[in-house]
Design a protein. Sequence first.
Lengths: 162, 162
Amino acid sequence: MNNPLPATRRYFEDLHLGETIELGRATVTREMIFEWAREFDPLPFHLDEEAAKKSLLGGLASSGWQTGALTLRLLGESFLNGIATAGGLGFSDLKWKKPVMVGDTISATATIAGLRRSSHHPERGILMMDLVVTNQKGDEVMTMSLANLVEAREPAAQEPAS
Amino acid sequence: MNNPLPATRRYFEDLHLGETIELGRATVTREMIFEWAREFDPLPFHLDEEAAKKSLLGGLASSGWQTGALTLRLLGESFLNGIATAGGLGFSDLKWKKPVMVGDTISATATIAGLRRSSHHPERGILMMDLVVTNQKGDEVMTMSLANLVEAREPAAQEPAS
């Protein structure tokens, strides 16, 4: 899992509005669900198959935060590790639209939805991404918008002092 | 970590707008940061102390998603495991305001910011919570708003059919 950075990284100027990145896929196993739930989300319906069947989820499903962390890993492997990211700023409007059931394979797509220079740091830009995560049937299971700070090749041109 | 549900759970009707819940604290160790980063967020500045020092973070810091997952665990232990939660719906406006550095101790507070009946399921309600996570100096490191589905003791009164 320890991916060295590629020799050629993309900088802020190399990113394009509307660019779409396929982030690959991950299959959620029973062991992954139990392990995550024990550590981070110890609710009965993530820890016990009988409790899960009786719950709103209708069966064993991953914690929504686990789906988020798996998506982060896909995003890192397929995109963030190849750009000059300086870290995440936050995200908005995360929605868990359907449960991710045991055995499901999720895949994710990121679309570059915004690119602007940082107002505080002329040598960096802010990258906005829309993420859509689907299951193997094509149903959307999670959507979110994410903001990331990316280093630029050249500082932004300064406004003339007024 | 496997906390059984308490014998007496609180239902939707037992929750109060403005109620504030202290969620306890967690200390972020070097091993926790490396372990998480290897599995979910393998960026150099989460995996290597020298790279971390040169990064915007200024030193080894946890992945923002790790801070989120630790907060989820605190929320589960101190609150969600004691109410009749049916699962999370999503969240909005997550902001990482300051990095969580190695050795920092985070603590979190949840405030009940909204309570309304589900329009689709009269036997459930939607709980909105504002979460504030601070470090040991009292600086805010993460804020977010979270929506959770909670079972009610009694179905909502039905509107007369028009």
